[in-house]
Design a protein around this ligand. Structure first.
Ligand code: ATP
Ligand code: MG
Ligand code: MG
Ligand code: MG
Length: 470
């Protein structure tokens, strides 16, 4: 029996509602009153005040399916089976209520009984000296000791900047030998795609003050996170997150619009997956009020859109194609996120404007870059000067990492310090000649006609930042 993504999300939330949890709507991707994070990257991030005790939670047991962005994973996207810059994190949380025993038991019950994964393919891990968690897995759940892995701080101690943190216990799913790297030491914890981490159970018992000092929290908490897409990979028994029902529909649309076929050529596939991923991120970010700009999260969005546009170019796309793709994102996810449907026209407008703006300069920019490469070759250099990288950024709208990506395959690096210096100089000039905002070769006010109320300072819509019952 195979469950769809939208069904799995519902099953998870209902399972934990059945265990006394309050199901809350996903919070906005834009953090609320939290300067330590650019974008929400886990289910617990928007719940921090409940963990620290700064705010009283609506109930001691809460469950969510949270929209997440992790740009730190961008290098993996398209290359591993399990990473996206956007994903949905299913979570159950206890604020000083239940602790390890219940959390472990319920995660096992959900995976093996509710969605029916094969228990013999599941492997738990615990933090090195967490014998309490080890014993629960071993004695209560009945997992043989040699199937429970003990890992160190890097994998099994969870923290994100300042705030609550603690040891954790993760659950891995063995997808089978054909997904393995084939190295002799390949086992649970290997970075390859065979043993896929699906669920992280964090036992939040400390508070990190942001400078490495840990204090035992008065109330012990549970914070768990399971990637919905990865759960679907295991349940649907498919190759990667790009093959699960909802994302597969989007991937097919990418192929249709780029006139490509999936699984014919690995380089083409990487581009297909990358576009598929980035358009999901962009669609959700815009629906939460983020606009493409040159700072902060707006710049994250701009980079994602432009990277997707450039890979579209690589596949031979001529006109705009991102808005059409976001339509498929919306169709696939509006079940869980009605705001997508509500903001549909707005999302299309923002994407189309950004794409049009970039397409005015991208071909020219690529041409200039080729000339720069020829000059470098003639001079026997394998480093692009900061000045030239800045020219591409400023005049042709090439985010630095886009230029970097293009040059990487050719063994050319960039003088990044020089780039930063050129950028600073430009900023200083702009400060002097106030009112001049001609970064990225474009008029920064171009978005004002879409909705003047929405700026980079925008911090989410009320109905998103104030949780309500689903
Ligand atoms: P990995 O080691 O595979 O990169 P992680 O240890 O960084 O995962 P956690 O921070 O523990 O992940 O997040 C909890 C869960 O969220 C993971 O167990 C996984 O199911 C999911 N997850 C994390 N990062 C991603 C991602 N980039 N794309 C999809 N799902 C993710
Ligand atoms: Mg990771
Ligand atoms: Mg991990
Ligand atoms: Mg983890």
């Amino acid at each position: 029996q195979k469950y769809g993504v939208n069904e799995l999300r519902k099953m998870f939330l209902e399972f934990f509602e059945g265990k006394g949890h309050l199901a809350m709507k996903s919070f906005s991707l834009v953090p609320h009153n939290d300067k330590s994070l650019l974008l929400i990257n886990s289910g617990m991030a928007p719940l921090k005040p409940y963990f620290t005790g700064a705010e009283v939670p609506p109930r001691k047991r809460v469950t969510t399916c949270q929209k997440c962005i992790r740009t730190g994973d961008i290098e993996n996207v398209g290359k591993t089976a399990r990473h996206g810059t956007f994903f949905e994190m299913l979570g159950n949380f206890s604020f000083g209520d239940y602790f390890k025993k219940e959390a472990i038991r319920w995660s096992w019950e959900f995976l093996t009984e509710v969605v029916g994964l094969d228990a013999d393919r599941l492997y738990p891990s615990v933090y090195l000296d967490d014998d309490e968690a080890f014993d629960i897995w071993n004695k209560e759940i009945g997992i043989p000791a040699d199937r429970i892995f003990r890992f160190g701080k890097e994998d099994n101690f969870w923290e994100h900047g300042a705030g609550p943190c603690g040891p954790c216990s993760e659950i891995y799913y063995d997808r089978g030998e054909r997904y393995g790297c084939g190295e002799p030491g390949c086992t649970v914890g290997c970075e390859c795609d065979r043993y896929m981490e699906v669920w992280n159970n964090v036992f939040t018992q400390f508070e990190n003050d942001g400078e490495g000092h840990y204090e035992e929290l008065q109330q012990k908490n549970i914070d768990t996170g399971m990637g919905l897409e990865r759960l679907a990979v295991a349940v649907q028994d498919v190759d990667s997150i790009f093959d699960i029902d909802t994302i597969c529909a989007l991937r097919n649309k990418v192929c249709e619009l780029t006139h490509t076929e999936y699984k014919k050529d690995e380089n083409v596939d990487v581009s297909i997956r990358l576009i598929t991923d980035h358009i999901r991120s962009a669609t959700f970010m815009i629906s939460d009020g983020i606009m493409p700009t040159n700072e902060g999260r707006g710049y994250v969005l701009r980079r994602l859109i432009r990277r997707a546009a450039r890979h579209g170019r690589l596949l031979g796309v001529k006109g705009n194609f991102l808005a059409a793709l976001s339509n498929t994102v919306i169709e696939g996810s509006r079940d869980g996120y009605p705001e997508l449907e509500e903001k549909k026209d707005f999302i299309f407008n923002v994407l189309t404007k950004e794409e049009e703006q970039f397409s005015k300069t991208i071909d020219q920019g690529l041409h200039i870059l080729e000339e720069m490469e020829a000059e470098m070759k003639a001079a026997g250099s394998s480093q692009l000067s900061g000045e030239n990288a800045f020219k591409l950024y400023d005049t042709y709208g090439f985010p630095l990492d886009l230029t970097k990506e293009i040059l990487e395959d050719k063994g050319i690096s960039i003088d990044e310090a020089g780039f930063k210096a050129a950028m600073e100089e430009q900023r200083e000039k702009a400060r002097i000649a106030r009112g001049v905002t001609n970064y990225m070769g474009a008029d920064a006010t171009v978005y004002d006609e879409i909705d003047p109320k929405i700026t980079t300072e925008f911090v989410g819509y009320d109905n998103l930042s104030h949780p309500s019952r689903i």
